[in-house]
Write a protein that binds this ligand. Structure first.
Ligand SMILES: Nc1ncnc2c1ncn2[C@@H]1O[C@H](COP(=O)(O)OP(=O)(O)OP(=O)(O)O)[C@@H](O)[C@H]1O
Ligand SMILES: [Mg+2]
Length: 331
């Protein structure tokens, strides 16, 4: 990491390992994961289902369900302090106050039997030293900011459409001006036109609130639209990390290249998609060495033996593939 990146650092995850211990075996959900995020940046966190994206996000929030979840090792350094060493009361102040999370399904975050103004006001009262009347006024302001008329503030969640409910969730998340917003597939449950509106709103508010954001998604189109940096996750690890432009113009890891090739190209009239052969490995039984090697067209003998480290292939573009890095003259 260069000095500029180091100075601008908001979050740094080092060697994070999280497992779920179940009767059927140990799920290696996150394995020696490394990641960093600068002030004001939006990081796209991309990977197939089961890659460990939500587990990583819950790890940052210290909300891994336990049992069965266990954070085995690593550091999550936020504003210079390791969150894994914080007490539960300290974490309660950080959650919502400094780091807020938006989940895929708005109904998991909203209380169906409480009016939305009260829900936003509760969050405000929890983190700011204001009374009932002031917190309700601020709640109304937040609703207007996300495009919901003040008159609707005494309504219950079921009186809103899906897109509006997700706007309420965004209002709650931003109510205490958090430095970091983690959005876990925030628009997947919405239909496409509403998705675009909600994403546009998040992009605008992120700038207005001067926050950083981790946007978890399967959708490389959304990443292209919104993110500055991208981390590609495969079987519990980040396998490539770069500026969006560098990643899109020059993907390095064979898995990333496979992901891009599987996006339909409108100008290309080939019928079949270039799907990456094989399946993601069983997280209870990960392959030795590089976990992608059984599916990889570039794999050499070393790939089944040695776990690849992240290699800087130039200008802060990292990839966990010594074979490709060597081909590019970086290792
Ligand atoms: N509570 C749990 N108990 C046992 N295994 C779990 C639990 N939560 C997640 N897992 C497993 O951990 C692995 C990572 O799951 P995670 O939800 O983090 O993936 P994800 O990348 O968010 O996937 P998706 O894109 O489907 O949301 C998966 O194999 C999943 O089945
Ligand atoms: Mg998930």
């Amino acid at each position: 990491m260069d000095a500029n990146t180091q100075n601008n650092l908001l979050l740094e995850i080092q060697d994070l390992t999280i497992q779920y211990i179940t009767d059927a075996g140990t799920v290696h959900a996150v394995e020696n994961l490394n990641l960093h995020l600068g002030h004001g940046e939006t990081l796209g966190f991309v990977g197939e289902t089961g890659a460990g994206k939500t587990t990583t996000a819950l790890g940052i929030m210290r909300l891994i369900p336990s049992p069965p979840g266990v954070v085995k090792s690593g550091k999550i350094i936020f504003e210079g302090q390791n969150l894994l060493e914080k007490s539960e009361p300290e974490m309660r102040a950080i959650r919502g106050g400094k780091i807020a999370m938006i989940f895929q399904d708005p109904m998991t975050s909203l209380n169906p039997v409480m009016t939305v103004d009260k829900q936003i006001a509760e969050m405000i009262k929890l983190h700011k030293n204001v009374g009932e009347a002031e917190s309700l006024k601020l709640a109304g302001d937040m609703l207007e900011l996300v495009g919901i008329r003040r008159e609707r503030m005494h309504d219950y969640p079921h009186q809103f459409s899906g897109g509006m409910k997700q706007r309420v969730v965004i209002a709650i998340a931003l109510a205490c001006d958090p430095g970091l917003l983690i959005a876990d597939e925030p628009t997947t449950a919405l239909d496409v036109t509403i998705q675009a509106q909600v994403l546009e709103l998040m992009k605008k508010l992120k700038q207005q609130f001067d926050a950083s954001m981790i946007l978890i998604t399967h959708d490389l189109g959304i990443v292209a639209d919104i993110c500055d940096k991208v981390a590609i996750m495969y079987a519990g690890r980040v396998v490539e990390y770069a500026d969006k432009r560098a990643l899109y113009s020059n993907p390095v890891h064979p898995y990333t290249i496979g992901l891009f090739n599987s996006v339909p190209d409108l100008d290309d009239d080939k019928e079949a998609l270039n799907v990456i052969p094989g399946l993601m490995p069983d997280p209870m039984d990960l392959p030795a060495g590089c976990t992608f090697h059984p599916r990889c067209t570039c794999a050499a003998e070393q790939c089944s033996k040695t776990k690849p480290a992240m290699i800087d292939v130039g200008n802060g573009h990292f990839a966990a593939c010594p074979i490709r890095a060597k081909a590019l003259g970086a290792a």
